[in-house]
Design a protein around this ligand. Sequence first.
Ligand code: ZN
Ligand code: ZN
Length: 637
Amino acid sequence: MNSSTIYKPTSQHPSSLFPQITKCKNMRHLTQVHAHFIKTSQIHDPLAAAEILRFCSLSDFRDLDYACKVFNQIREPNCFSYNTLIRAFSEGNDDEALRALLLFHQLVFDRFVLPNKYTFPSVLKACAKRGRLLEGKQVHGLIVKFGFAYDEFVVSNLVRMYVMCGEMDDAHLLFYENVVEFGNGGKLLRDKRRREGNVVLWNVMIDGYVRIGNFTSSRDLFDKMPQRSVVSWNAMISGYAQHGKFMEAIEMFHEMQIGDVHPNYVTLVSVLPAIARLGALELGKWVHLYAEKNEIEIDDVLGSALIDMYSKCGSIEKAVQVFETIPKLNTITWSAMIGGFAMHGQAKDALDCFARMEKTGVKPSDVVYIGILSACSHAGLVEEGRFFFNHMVNVVGIEPRIEHYGCMVDLLGRAGLLEEAEELILNMPFQPDDVIWKALLGACKMHGNIEMGKRVAKVLMDLAPNDSGAYVGLSNMYASSGNWEGVAEVRLKMKEMDIRKDPGCSWIELDGVIHEFLVEDDSHPKGKEIRLMLEEISEKLKLSGYRPKTTPVLLNMEEEQKESTLHFHSEKIAIAFGLISTSPGATLRIVKNLRMCEDCHSSIKLISKIYKRGIIVRDRKRFHHFENGWCSCMDYW
Ligand code: ZN
Ligand code: ZN
């Protein structure tokens, strides 16, 4: 939630009285006006001094050292001057927040000045900054002492302070004291005597519960609140999205769409990542259109979110379109675009984009390099990858993170440079994690290096004993070299340790609604039709000469259980549903949580040909664009 919803200007500014100050465009101008004021003694006018102070404290050109000097020159600073400087410091970093508290202390002991209700929000903000609960509680005491305990504005900020310090119990107590009372039967009654429907206070509480991931309480408050503002909706939507509850975020957004509170800029920025993760292209397009229709500015932030959404929903063309219309590109926008190209295997475009970025003088961030390195990795550009990695470290001076090493291991591993990849892992300046070892294990399987594979699997099993990854990888490796004894041994071990594989799950979006399918799922209202369609697909696949892989099916083990006639992988169920629910020729877009198995991959190629449909599947690794019997990954994923 945006704190500006609580923040209100300290008071009305008499700036119109001093056009010379209003016109200042930097601190140099201001010092000239200041000097002039001193020369003409105009500085002794308290309003003039206050305006000078306001400019160097709160304008875009603020200079807090200068502000302190001005403040110290004021003979008898009033509450307004204190408030100005306290507010300026409270908005700064941690050290500055501390100075805000010291100034407040000075104010309390200044016998000519009393704090007013505009003093406390800044002071509370300064307390919240680093969770200074003790100071916050003392300020709470002073709020009571100075008679602001019933001021709606002060109380919202007080509750917010408790929320930010993680003291939900105290926040809750204060909230209930101020907003609601329980009637006799435990029924919730609104306290009409006091601030009925103080939306801000409710929002602060909702935001607090969302922050700590307590969605039961936040949802409960959200449902009970007498009146919801756009901030209430945004707090819930962004909270769900940030905590990985993408489906809930989108449901909430749908609920909002039919209500009378309209989504704003923050809503769109909050919901887009959830849409991207679920690959809900139609909904994403709706958001884009909504922004355009309602003249919500598509700036670098919203634009980057749209680019990311379009790339992750499989529409790289639309991502490029958005990219080209953003007036000011920042490093996040560039990395969204480069990451998008990488995800779609368009390495050349990613590299071109990077070159363009360098030309515009935007400094590449570490995230940009992750995009570039993974683009190189997808396209097997070993030399380029090495070059960019070294360039990043030695020229740009970015400390590589484990993700960068991960990309390099992937790149070297795919190219068969297994020793080099292993050496890189062992020489990293930090502990390798399971992700990076899994990348190497995958490469060992790809290149049939059983010796190294066993070694890596052993490390992985020690590192993450309950993760199926190492077992699956090892078993796959044995299977591909025909070592069925090895496969059986691994399977037995998995059974002994009760290690389960992640359940497969796929999504497809139709008319903005996301349909989720699990393996063997027939819970869908159209379950019967889907089942019939799956049978039809199997029949047509057989007629076109397709034979499911008959290599020792029982022992070979992918990430998922093998398919059978009674057991379809979730992406096939989603495709069957898509085929019966869309008009002929429409492209189907599916998102799958695991890596697609080889069997599904080859049958979807045929389905795209038989049913004349473009099918786009985003699996855990990358995008597959299926068209007329082919896949964009060229069977390499
Ligand atoms: Zn499959
Ligand atoms: Zn593919």
